[in-house]
Design a protein around this ligand. Structure first.
Ligand SMILES: [Zn+2]
Length: 141
């Protein structure tokens, strides 16, 4: 009984609880950008321009991420412009079946984790999208 209540609590942890104090969150569906500005369609149908650093933008353009329900932490610059926190803040999430997962990339051969898509810095193989429980970020590499 206690166990069930505990997992229900985890399941509905809002991204705001993970974000540092004073940060805003945004959620919705990323739109394929074709090189233009990256847009996010919110649940109420608004199109928001997303901004961020180079690595963050690489994640926003990742076709594997575009398929998912997306959430991010950052701040509103205007009613239709949202600046995502720098990549080292780990501000990019997807939601699967109600569960919030931080976006990471993983090279299985070298056991190297990164936060932007691309080739492994070690073996040069393409890294795999590996969204995972944000709590793991404080322990395992
Ligand atoms: Zn590698």
């Amino acid at each position: 009984m206690t166990r069930r209540r505990f997992s229900a609590f985890l399941l509905f942890t809002p991204v705001a609880a993970i974000a540092a104090e004073g940060r805003s969150t945004i959620s919705g569906r990323l739109q394929a950008s074709n090189g233009g500005p990256v847009l996010l369609k919110t649940e109420d149908g608004k199109l928001i321009t997303l901004e961020g650093d180079v690595s963050t933008k690489a994640v926003l353009r990742d076709a594997r991420v575009i398929r998912e329900q997306f959430e991010a932490v950052g701040e509103w610059k205007s009613p239709d412009r949202f600046l995502i926190d720098p990549i080292h803040k780990k501000a990019l999430f997807i939601r699967r079946g109600g569960e919030l997962l931080v976006i990471t990339y993983w090279c299985e051969i070298c056991a190297i984790r990164t936060y932007a898509p691309g080739r492994c810095q070690c073996c040069q193989d393409e890294t795999a999208l590996d969204p995972r429980d944000p709590k793991l970020e404080n322990t395992a590499p």
